[in-house]
Design a protein around this ligand. Structure first.
Ligand code: NAD
Ligand code: TYD
Length: 379
């Protein structure tokens, strides 16, 4: 079958990638979606069970660092678009093992860029109609200060904002904010962002970079705060809160991120950058309490029964205090609006994890569990 577009999505078996693949496969039956994923501990084909037999979907197990393989796939599938999500994505792992982050996030991105460059430049039409879309994070901007620890009424809201509408400072990351990464994870993502922009500026490749805030929702690997804590509450295991639990993150439901990626891939301006977020700031300790209340209610436990699972532990090294994204450019220029209010999103998320215990057991068993235990042993 001849497809209208042939798009490689890297990291499609991971958390955000699986939502992007599902959205594109369902919404664009005339696009061929090639999910290229190495299936590291974070990649799981069970995330895509519902669409794996679709005629417009192909899975390829490959490493983005394998330049020859990427080159061969570009040629074989006449690839005209790349949506790049594959990465090592967990800050705590980057503190333990920064080399893996430099390899995948920096060298892997470079290998994709170089393969796309050589393939697209070999075509008669060159870069016309092509797109290299790189998914990045707000963590590259560094950390904002907690100037209002009690929270103030946020000057901005979206449909994703929580009912409490809090901001914990008066400044936000905009597309003009200077990069200032602190963790090996954010340093590797910043480096990859620079390479992507350099390929536009040097070779004229049609690139786009977006920087999104913390995502939550189904299929997130349970090393990240929300799924880890939901699972621990269910099993009445301690909830390790780093430091005083005062750090602030800006949370967006993953399907709203995927919808933004769809919009920007099709309508975003080449060489431009968009920040993605829903103006939904939460102190860790407050979001943890919401998660405990929701799990207890949905499991029919007594209200606040599991609050005593909260266990303050040694802080993460170099722990960024506050992230807060200003996404008004994306709203203004492309009309993006998140669809799900935070209170609805968290209810849906907790319900999903409680209903998918088998998925959770599967990803927390065996090798992963051993690695996880050894990682936290000497924290
Ligand atoms: P994830 O860890 O859940 O998934 C990463 C995927 O990439 C996995 O399927 C893994 O198998 C694959 N992968 C890893 N190394 C690979 C390699 N060398 N070759 C091929 N595939 C490889 O990550 P996520 O949370 O879904 O994040 C996806 C992207 O979005 C990342 O680039 C991340 O930096 C960015 N991002 C994440 C968040 C968030 O809150 N999770 C927020 C903003 C941006
Ligand atoms: P995380 O989900 O790892 O995302 P990121 O570090 O990319 O923001 O962590 C979210 C916040 O929760 C962050 O401030 C660290 C904190 N945290 C804990 O307090 N305990 C935990 O066990 C984890 C995983 C995170």
């Amino acid at each position: 079958m001849e497809f209208k577009r042939n798009i490689i999505v890297t990291g499609g078996a991971g958390f955000i990638g699986s939502h992007v693949v599902r959205l594109f496969v369902n919404k664009y039956p005339d696009y061929h979606i090639i999910n290229l994923d190495k299936l590291t501990y974070a990649g799981n084909l069970a995330n895509l069970k519902d669409i794996e037999d679709r005629p417009n979907y192909t899975f390829v197990k490959a490493d983005i660092c394998d330049f020859d393989r990427i080159m061969q796939l570009m040629q074989e599938h006449h690839v005209d678009g790349i949506i790049h999500l594959a990465a090592e994505s967990h800050v705590d792992r980057s503190i333990k093992d920064p080399f893996t982050f430099a390899r995948t996030n920096v060298m892997g991105t470079l290998s994709l860029l170089q393969a796309a460059k050589l393939y697209w430049e070999s075509l008669p039409e060159g870069y016309e109609g092509k797109r290299f879309y790189h998914i990045s994070t707000d963590e590259v901007y560094g950390a904002l200060e907690l100037t209002n620890p009690e929270g103030i009424e946020s000057p901005f809201t979206t449909k994703a904002s929580s009912e409490h509408h809090h901001a914990y400072g008066t400044d936000f990351f905009t597309e003009e904010t200077k990069y200032n990464p602190h963790s090996p994870y954010s340093a590797s993502k910043a480096s990859s962002d620079h390479f992507v922009r350099a390929f536009h500026d040097t070779y004229g490749m049609p690139t786009i970079v977006t920087n999104c805030s913390n995502n939550y929702g189904p299929y997130q690997f349970p090393e990240k705060l929300i799924p880890l804590f939901i699972n621990n509450i269910r099993h009445r295991k301690p909830l390790p809160v780093y430091g005083k639990g005062e750090n602030v993150r800006d949370w967006l439901y993953v399907e709203d991120h995927a919808r933004a990626i769809d919009l920007i891939f099709h309508e975003g301006k080449v060489a431009d950058t968009y920040n993605i977020g829903g103006f939904n700031e939460w102190k860790n300790i407050d979001i943890i309490k919401v998660v405990i209340k929701t799990v207890d209610r949905l499991l029919g436990r007594k209200e606040d029964e599991d609050m005593d699972l909260i266990t303050y532990v040694t802080d993460r090294k170099g722990h960024d205090m506050r992230y807060a994204i200003d996404s008004r450019k994306l709203q203004r220029e492309l009309g993006w609006e998140p669809s799900l209010q935070f209170e609805e999103g968290i209810e849906k998320t907790v319900r999903w994890y409680l209903d998918h215990q088998e998925w959770m057991d599967n990803v927390t068993s065996g090798d992963y569990q051993n690695y996880y235990d050894s990682m936290y042993k000497d924290r």
